[in-house]
Design a protein around this ligand. Structure first.
Ligand code: TRP
Length: 444
């Protein structure tokens, strides 16, 4: 069977970056950084991304490129039946992520609609918090938006217009970067903004903890779309002669850039308007309207921002749904339409519970976390790191030969970093990830 391929390496890099850059960078990164002490967390995040992150990214893409299969098939192909369990875990992980991702994706639509109406733009902290909380706690309203988001994601996956979407999103993402640059300037020139800048960029090495290492690991994997087979699937559409390693480096670079830009945009403004930096998942949504309130053309900029955030989110959501759907198609030979409808319905239902757990069902907690937090925790702090360990072990021990041959230059020569990469796959990444996992989970 002929497999679809990306038209060029640029197409591949843009698609992978479209998957990586999304709510992770703009919504999650700022509040997780703020909850974990600012500069020191940025330091831990960057350290993780440029070691484990890039190594796991290359490993995933290479396994996809060589096997030309989606996760379950790829693991089975290389490791036999027992390894296919890793692929199943990845698919489940994608399913779980999407259920809460879509809820937050819905928030972007809500804020877009409200910005168009001009009704959320204010710099009054009490009001900013109230808008967010009243909306999120409402038993019905967020569900409509969540439904709209997952339905739009499904429509893209169903019509197979990803390629078209990628083309449009290239333009829109460039526009997003430009807009964020403008917003950074505005944010940094607000009164007291410097306090936030120092908080974001100056590490306080006294506050290092095991908990923080796990958060950094989870966010690194989440923001780079790693550990569940997403990059593996994208890699499987790559032609044989595409250079995986440099593509991975570009994707990592673009993601890190978006995270840092997002931090520069949000955190100075947080300190300026006097919000609590550890506000949690509402941070980006509460802060940005205040930044707009201090600009000319507030309504226009607000609507544009939330629209572009929505676009960034949907390109990521599409990559998640694609993994789940292609699993059903490959393993159970169902039609694409059926697979999309079934999965979208299930994801919607789980998302409804996740959304309600932030409001009227907030009282139901397990280990002190509501369902929304649990979905986030289990995927980012257990399943994705586990996936990272397994892909590393697979590449380092079982298929190093084919992988290194594939990664070699046209003349078949090894690159200087092969030895480092192999040590990362064999020992360093699995050891460090397991260490962080065990430390955090067994500690209590
Ligand atoms: N990286 C995306 C974001 O930051 C989310 C995402 C897409 C993802 N695909 C993934 C996260 C695969 C983990 C695994 O918004």
């Amino acid at each position: 069977m002929d497999r679809a391929t990306w038209s060029s390496r640029l197409g591949f890099v843009m698609a992978a970056a479209g998957s990586a850059v999304g709510l992770g960078a703009i919504w999650k990164f700022p509040y997780v950084t703020a909850q974990n002490g600012g500069g020191i967390f940025l330091f831990a995040y960057l350290l993780t991304v440029f070691t484990m992150g890039i190594s796991v990214m290359i490993a995933e893409m290479a396994v996809g490129q060589i096997s030309q299969k989606s996760p379950v098939g790829a693991y089975r192909f290389f490791g036999g039946i027992s390894w296919s369990a890793v692929g199943y875990t990845g698919v489940l992980c994608g399913f779980l992520i999407l259920s809460f991702y879509s809820v937050v994706g819905g928030w972007t639509i809500f804020y877009f609609v409200k910005s168009v109406q001009g009704s959320v733009i204010t710099s009054d902290v009490v009001q900013l918090r109230r808008v967010f909380e009243v909306f999120v706690h409402d038993p019905f309203e967020p569900l409509w938006y969540h439904g709209a988001f997952i339905a739009l994601t499904a429509a893209v996956v169903l019509s197979g217009v990803q390629q078209g979407i990628e083309r449009v999103s290239k333009v829109l993402m460039s526009l997003f970067f430009l807009l964020i640059l403008i917003l950074i300037v505005r944010s940094l020139t607000l009164p007291n903004a410097m306090e936030g800048l120092v908080y974001f960029l100056m590490p306080d090495f006294g506050s290092i903890s095991a908990r923080m290492a796990l958060e950094a690991l989870g966010l690194a994997f989440f923001s780079l779309s790693l550990g569940m087979g997403c990059m593996l699937t994208y890699g499987s559409y790559v032609s044989d002669d595409t250079n995986i390693a440099s593509s991975a480096a570009y994707v990592v670079g673009l993601t890190v850039l978006s995270c840092i830009m997002s931090g520069l945009m949000i955190l100075p403004a947080v300190f300026s308007i006097g919000l609590d930096p550890a506000e949690g998942p509402g941070l980006t949504f509460m802060t940005m309207p205040a930044v707009f309130a201090h600009m000319g053309g507030a309504q226009f900029f607000a609507a544009l921002f939330f629209f572009l955030l929505f676009v960034a989110a949907i390109t990521s959501a599409v990559s998640l749904l694609e993994v789940v759907v292609s699993f059903l198609i490959d393993e159970f030979a169902v039609s694409r339409t059926r697979a999309v409808i079934l999965m979208t319905a299930l994801i919607f239902i789980l998302g409804v519970f996740a959304s309600l757990s932030l409001g009227i069902w907030g009282g139901y907690t397990l280990f002190g976390m509501n369902l929304f937090e649990q979905l986030d925790y289990v995927t980012c702090h257990i399943m994705m790191p586990f996936g990272g360990v397994m892909i590393s072990l697979l590449v380092g021990w079982k298929i190093w030969g084919p992988v290194s041959r594939r990664l070699s230059g046209a003349d078949g020569a090894a690159y200087w970093w092969f030895g480092i990469f192999r040590s990362f796959c064999r020992y360093i990444a699995p050891f460090l990830i397991l260490l962080v996992l065990v430390f955090q989970h067994v500690r209590a």
